[in-house]
Design a protein around this ligand. Structure first.
Ligand code: SF4
Length: 211
């Protein structure tokens, strides 16, 4: 298939049939909790983050309580996620930013989200897509790998990959498409050995067709 926009639509339709419930794996009840969870998710597993946030949100249920937290206590709680000193500093700083700059509410715009410590484009897109129903192409390691193998992008940096997919993918399905590629990367198109023989999108996959 040569038209990349049609190819994306076909991949979306097939993967949606295979993963009808694709959603973020980070457990959260509101934008504050997702913002903190996604900051903590850098270089660790979602499962580990979900264990930690149960304890964290029991003690610090909202931005005002977290911004006033003793950093040593926060470091102790987030320790299992790795990089705990930086993450503790960032989540306290992000909570303070939400209170001091945005009236206690997690902001919706990309620029406002990027002004918060620890929030990069991927995190901001996760929040915008899942909490505020904004179009969001969420570029993580799974998404990048699968998008490249499928032949949807040749970019090597996350910003370039995001731009390529944004230009091809209808806004209405960008967030869902992101999650579908993410779950497909976790379950079938795995990093070390993609399971191409059982892949439902192999007929339109550049990697499969060229090997
Ligand atoms: S055919 Fe193979 S490389 Fe292509 S998306 Fe499927 S699992 Fe990944």
């Amino acid at each position: 298939m040569t038209d990349p926009a049609k190819k994306i639509q076909k991949i979306y339709t097939i993967l949606k049939g295979n993963y009808p419930e694709a959603a973020t794996f980070l457990v959260h009840r509101n934008p504050y909790e997702l913002m903190i969870a996604v900051i903590l998710s850098a270089r660790t597993t979602d499962e580990q983050v979900n264990k930690v946030t149960v304890k964290l949100f029991a003690e610090y249920p909202d931005p005002p309580s977290l911004m006033k937290a003793d950093i040593k206590d926060v470091e102790r709680i987030v320790f299992p996620t790795g990089f705990y000193k930086t993450k503790a500093r960032n989540i306290i700083g992000a909570a303070a930013g939400v209170v001091e700059k945005f009236g206690g509410n997690v902001p919706r715009s990309m620029d406002e989200l990027l002004s918060l410590p620890g929030v990069g484009r991927k995190s901001a897109n996760v929040i915008r897509g899942h909490c505020f129903n904004k179009p969001a192409v969420i570029v993580d390691t799974h998404f990048s790998r699968v998008a490249k193998r499928l032949g949807l992008t040749e970019a090597v940096d996350p910003g370039g990959i995001e731009r390529d997919i944004v230009s091809l993918c209808p806004k209405a399905i960008q967030t869902e498409f992101s999650m579908l590629l993410n779950v497909h990367g976790r379950e079938v198109c795995t990093a070390r050995k993609p399971h191409c023989s059982s892949c439902p999108v192999s007929s339109v996959c550049s990697f499969f067709c060229n090997n």
